[in-house]
Design a protein around this ligand. Structure first.
Ligand code: DGJ
Length: 726
């Protein structure tokens, strides 16, 4: 049993971790522990100091050492004397905002709970257990249900929250965070993932200082600028040693993660929907469901933590027919042609790609309506027959005849003012009456909260999918959201719109992915602007970044690898000089970098020399051989490309019979010794042969001393070595 209840102490256990909380004599749910197993009741850790200006609950009578402000709590509330960042804040009908939650009951069920309208980790009944703890406000009929999903074998605990208004009067929810996690002790650092367009998920590790630090997005999307995932590490924690905790928010809209170190050096993390662009009128007898947070921890460093997240996301978040199967190697025409293409150009690219072994041709932006640049056409999802003479069916048939699948690009949530859709339904675009809307990439957003908008999108997208043999959809989203206002919502509900937008997006994605199970959906938002576990529930892969420069990609993919599985990372070989940086890198270097993902090409292969074409054909053959190891194996970061002179990573087969090292030496220096790269995750006693040589090493030697990388010459030198157990 993953959940054990003794008295009012709740013990949650996974293979290697333990989570504890306790409803105390006042019914306050206190957090006791999240970390390695101790086999003990961790209540003994609690200290009850009489801290000045830390208030005492009324029930404690004359006792001055019992304070909600100093005790570790399971779900901190606003307005009742806990001055740390609250997890929940509600305005009642009388305008007050206190919420004093006390324990009522609990429920344990087999399997993993689901969340209506929202993505959530899913599992077979035998794989998971659900604990619900029911709390109630002392003065009103507001109930808060804390949900815990325990996936023992995966070392994962999920958390989510339901607020139930069992009274008659409406209340306004100002903040309902999905996670609140208190640590009374510890010297912590946190890692968050910041960035910008074409430079996403750059890890930044900082000491947790006194006060509040935050990683968040208010863009209506999870964003390029911050990712909804953090690590909390003990000082000194490395890839291979030390304790760390990861929290991934399974949500694609505005979010907030706050880390606070308080006056007593205690640390609290809260994570949830960003409260500054959220409010929710909760009617009597109604419930609000907060999105899910996935938690995991490791006592053996960050690498192990990442592997735990990779497994849970790949196996219990991603869905659909492509979840565990090999992804097609694709060629995308965006960097090859941008908007300037017709059927002939596409076919030319497809023909060469087919000759070299590519599985699928993806037609990117520009195939519909009036779309020769990014000023017009969005919303008009019907084929521009001036570009595709003979229509979509003919082109798809021609591509299929080459032995390739066909994929197509959409940006469903958007509308251009210069489009038939906007001319017919200007009111469907998000804008505030009386104000000029903000444009982003010269486009407006559609109001995804409205059913008729979603129905229209379902209908036009399915018309395209039904019209021809389309086997892949790239779902793009190219601007941040502003001007929050929906004509469909009353004034007192406008604060609900950002969250309702995400719910609308999820509803449409659910319908389409359900009705088209054979279509591979790839997420995208100007590259990786919506690279989150919420989108991965619908799209098993996401275009990682609009930066296709191999050198910079090693850093972006390094940051992405902390939580997201390799199969989720859309990654392509593009032309040189690179279109984002002007950098020249060898084609083999671009290929090994792109192979650490769902692999493809994004250039006109006809422009390559014969030698390069031969290299491409050989790379595709290699990827088909290594693909299962890359996507199903365990991923190890072997260097830190943000600091080191090289990027290196490895994929180790689950049975430790093979290991593939890939990477790049950034620069060669004169008169240098060769670089010894230490491997991880091998069986020490096994003997491994370096493929292509007769050299044999023990796993122990490869891990203790390492393997010498080849002597390099020039810059951005590719590294690839395959070791096989003898
Ligand atoms: C942004 C995407 O990230 C690109 O790959 C491409 O699809 C463009 N949008 C098209 O407008």
């Amino acid at each position: 049993m993953a959940v054990r209840v003794e008295g009012k102490v709740f013990h949650l256990e996974t293979k290697n971790s333990m989570y504890q909380m306790k409803a105390d004599e006042y019914g306050v749910l206190r957090h006791l522990w999240y970390g390695n197993k101790t086999g003990s009741d961790m209540d003994y850790l609690l200290d009850y100091p009489d801290v000045g200006f830390a208030g005492n609950i009324y029930d404690a009578d004359t006792c001055r050492t019992y304070s909600l402000n100093t005790l570790p709590l399971e779900y901190g509330t606003a307005g009742v004397g806990d001055y740390r960042v609250p997890a929940v804040s509600i305005t009642h009908m009388d305008g007050s905002n206190a919420l004093d939650l006390r324990y009522v009951d609990y429920r344990i069920t087999k399997g993993k709970y689901a969340i209506p309208g929202l993505p959530a980790v899913y599992a077979e009944e035998a794989e998971a257990e659900t604990l619900e703890i029911i709390l109630k406000d002392t003065a009103t009929d507001i109930y808060v249900i804390l949900k815990y999903g325990i996936l023992e074998e995966y070392d994962v605990i999920t958390r989510s929250v339901v607020v139930e208004n069992r009274g008659e009067q409406a209340v306004t929810l100002q903040r309902v965070h999905s996670l609140c996690l208190d640590f009374p002790y510890g010297d912590w650092e946190w890692i968050h993932f910041h960035g910008r367009h074409a430079m996403e998920r750059q890890p930044e590790r900082q000491e947790v200082f006194h006060g509040i630090q935050e990683s968040s997005s208010m863009r209506g999307m999870s964003s390029h600028q911050q990712n909804p995932a953090i690590l909390l590490c003990e000082k000194g924690c490395t890839e291979t040693s030390g304790f760390c905790i990861g929290a991934v928010f399974m949500y694609s809209g505005s979010f907030q993660t706050q880390v606070e170190k308080d006056q007593l050096n205690q640390t609290r993390i809260v994570m949830g929907i960003h409260p500054d662009t959220f409010s929710w009128r909760l009617e009597g007898q109604d419930s609000f469901y907060a999105p899910e947070v996935i938690l995991s921890c490791s006592g053996t460093g960050m690498g192990q933590l990442s592997r735990q997240f990779h497994r849970i996301i790949r196996e219990h978040v991603c869905r659909g027919n492509y979840k565990l199967t090999e992804r097609p190697v694709l060629i995308n025409n965006w960097e090859a042609t941008y908007f300037d293409f017709d059927d002939e150009k596409l076919l030319n690219i497809a023909k060469e790609a087919a000759r070299l072994g590519v599985d699928m041709m993806v037609m990117d932006d520009g195939w519909f309506g009036k779309r020769d640049d990014d000023y017009s056409g969005l919303g008009d999802w019907y084929v521009n027959e001036k570009k595709l003479r003979g229509g979509l069916v003919k082109l798809v048939e021609q591509v299929n005849a080459l032995g390739m699948k066909f994929g197509i690009w959409f940006e469903p949530e958007m509308v251009s003012e210069d489009s038939d859709l906007y001319r017919a339904h200007p009111d469907w675009a998000i804008q505030i009456p009386g104000r000029k809307p903000m444009r982003g990439r010269s486009q407006l957003l559609l109001d995804m909260t409205r059913e008729e908008v979603r129905d229209y999108l379902y209908q036009v997208i399915s018309a395209v999918l039904n019209s021809a043999n389309v086997e892949y959809v790239k779902w793009d989203m190219n601007r941040s959201i502003s001007d929050w206002y929906s004509a469909a919502l009353s004034a007192d509900r406008q604060g609900e719109m950002p969250h309702r937008y995400v719910l609308g997006l999820y509803e449409l994605l659910e319908r389409l992915t359900h009705d088209y199970p054979n279509v591979l959906f790839e997420g995208c938002s100007g590259g990786g602007g919506r690279f989150d576990a919420g989108m991965l529930y619908y799209c098993p892969q996401i275009w990682c970044s609009d930066d296709t420069d191999a050198y910079e990609r090693t850093k972006i993919q390094y940051g992405t690898s902390f939580f997201y599985p390799i199969s989720a990372v859309g990654s392509h070989v593009s032309a040189v000089p690179n279109h984002q940086t002007g950098r020249m890198t060898p084609i083999e270097t671009r290929a090994v970098t792109a192979m650490a993902g769902s692999f493809g090409y994004e250039l006109d292969l006809n422009t390559l020399s014969q030698e390069e074409k031969d290299a491409v054909a050989e790379q595709i053959t290699r990827f088909k051989e290594y693909g299962p190891l890359i996507h199903n194996g365990d991923y190890y970061r072997l260097s830190n490309p943000m600091k080191d002179k090289l990027a290196a990573w490895a994929f180790v087969a689950r049975d430790q019979s093979r290991v593939l090292i890939q990477g790049m030496i950034f620069r060669t220096e004169a008169n240098m010794l060769r670089y010894p790269l230490r491997l991880q995750g091998l069986a020490p006693e096994k003997r491994y042969r370096l493929e292509g040589t007769e050299q044999v090493y023990t796993g122990a030697a490869l891990m203790e001393a390492g393997i010498l990388l080849p002597r390099s010459w020039g810059d951005y030198i590719p590294v690839e070595m395959l070791f096989t157990e003898l």
